[in-house]
Ligand binder design. Structure first.
Ligand code: C5P
Length: 269
């Protein structure tokens, strides 16, 4: 089974208070970018040799096989969790053709995990219902539940409280991965903690939702914001140059993808 694992962009990312469990409350609009995706090949075989569960994850790109240890990979964890929760034994071989940049804020690892949960569930004739899949997704990471639902969603909580919203915009999107800058999400949240944030973004969030519903491009462009930009742009000024380049190319709104380091440029398609 070969599946597409799409990336995401946050149009509006409001990071709020840090909770006692270490996560931050947030409000965001998640957008599934169907133009930038990984391909995932999942092969399942019943086990005849008596070994309970064998999961093998590899990348088509050899350099990634060296960089990412199989057991640390969210794709491996997703497959293992699915097998455990559905009490399935057997072997599963997963091959990922990675095209979504790593540590770019595009949710590649989270998307892979969600795609594997959905793919395995399809192979096993919807053994788990949507609520169960969302619960498993939540255990794997804050962005994983969004990729179970996909399309365009308004999110709250740590990103797992999702509501699908209408999106009547047709966007031409360009993603840029700046050379030599990779950002860890954990690091980016820590930088935010060291700053004082008091701004309220209720009106931008509701304007983004309204603009998507009514197809109002200008309202959409001017309502886009991302709290990570303030800390990430001041730490990596090279990103400001990249942002300016995208603006010069004629993109109507330019911003940071999630916690970075990728940038997006958008205009009406
Ligand atoms: O949930 P996930 O494992 O993807 O999150 C990675 C890190 O990002 C967490 O360990 C946490 O430091 C930070 N995070 C956060 N608040 C969120 C989501 C992520 O503080 N809502």
């Amino acid at each position: 089974m070969i599946l597409r694992s799409n990336s995401k962009i946050n149009f509006g990312l409001w990071i709020k208070e840090k909770r006692s469990d270490g996560y931050h409350e947030l409000e965001t609009i998640f957008f599934e970018n169907k133009n930038l995706f990984d391909d995932i090949d999942i092969k399942y075989a019943e086990n005849t040799e008596g070994k309970a569960r064998a999961i093998n994850v590899s990348f088509l790109q050899d350099s990634l096989n060296k960089e990412i240890k199989a057991e640390d990979n969210l794709a491996y964890k997703a497959a293992m969790l699915f097998f455990e929760e559905s009490d399935i034994e057997g072997s599963c071989t997963i091959t990922i053709n990675k095209k979504i940049p790593l540590q770019g804020g595009l949710g590649g690892g989270s998307s892979n995990a969600a795609t594997i949960l959905k793919g395995l569930n399809q192979i096993f004739n919807s053994k788990l219902n949507q609520t169960k899949l969302l619960n498993l997704a939540c255990k794997l990471g804050s962005d994983v539940p969004f990729f179970i639902i996909g399309n365009t969603c308004y999110a709250e909580g740590r990103g797992e409280k999702l509501q699908e919203i209408k999106n009547n915009l047709n966007l031409d999107i360009k993603i840029v991965k700046p050379a030599n800058i990779s950002i860890s999400t954990k690091w980016a949240y820590e930088q935010i903690d060291s700053r004082e944030f008091t701004a309220d973004h209720n009106s931008e969030i509701s304007n983004l939702i309204l603009a998507m519903k009514t197809g109002d491009y200008n309202l959409f462009y001017k309502s886009i914001f991302n709290n990570f930009e303030m800390v990430v742009f001041s730490y990596y000024p090279a990103l400001i140059k990249e942002r300016n380049k995208l603006e010069e190319e004629g993109y109507k709104a330019v911003g940071l993808c999630g916690s970075g380091s990728c940038l997006f440029g958008i205009r009406e398609s």
